[in-house]
Design a protein around this ligand. Sequence first.
Ligand code: BJW
Length: 256
Amino acid sequence: MTASLDTHPDFLQARAWLQAAQRVAVLTGAGMSAESGIPTFRDAQTGLWARFDPAELATEDGFRAQPELVWNWYAERRAAMAHVEPNAGHYAIAAYQQRHPGRLTVITQNVDGLHQKAGSTDALALHGNIFQDRWLDLCFHARHSGRVCAPARAQPDSPPRCPDCGNLLRPDVVWFGESLPPETLHAADQAAQRCDLMLVVGTSGEVYPAAGLAHQARRAGAKVVIVNPHASDLDSIAHLVLRGTAAQTLPTLLCD
Ligand code: BJW
């Protein structure tokens, strides 16, 4: 889509579905934050997985094998994300939620907190939060006495370590092979089942169960509209594909 975005028939159709929808779900991926300056994972050249090995850096086995390497990789990403601002797409979604309370649910695979920073307080973060930590293992004390060490007690290191039981802190994100937070996934399932329209923004649709939410919405009778400048694995199940970026497309699409 180009300068005539807001007069393109697909765009007008998407707006009409949006206006008719009582419940809207927006499923976002890394492309949602690309125009804020955060790299995606799978874009050729610029994506993180073009330079780094996901099996080494985004799995529990990888962390156990090289905790310092993985911790430092996340520390660098955290530092890079700490001062990043939401883009016009994040703000358009949050403003729509304020104008239409209770109508739109944000389901995000992103760990950057930018939807929340833009004002979407109830965003369902399927893959966690890069700015939070949790223990790698069940605390030694919890196993023996039910007492859990407070993460704040961890001694600074790469990664920080519990002075009592040696447990390591890890980023509170979801790695490959790990379950998504059950309550968050349940709420996302419900939103996908109940929505009349699902907008799928900036995701390759390669990672499950997140991508399955778009299939679920379609099976349940919702219209599925993709916003992505490039082809994705979910294009074949979408009713419409809007070939634009998040920050260009969403402010005009969500402006009523
Ligand atoms: C723009 C743009 C602009 C660019 N505007 N767009 C079948 C069923 C169920 C599970 C599986 C299955 N097959 C395999 C699995 C397992 C696995 C999986 O899906 N693997 C596939 C890769 C094959 N899934 C899991 O392991 C998940 N857990 C799970 O399934 O538990 C149950 C289970 C346990 C044990 C065995 C089997 C099942 C967990 C997945 C966790 C993903 N974690 C990561 C890292 C998070 C932490 C971190 O940040 O480091 O999450 S990986 C990475 O991928 C990250 C993302 O959230 C996720 C999705 O990526 P996303 O967001 O789509 O980004 P990209 O880069 O792929 O795409 C960007 C898009 O933006 C592109 O399309 C661009 O065109 C577009 N774009 N600029 C709009 N300006």
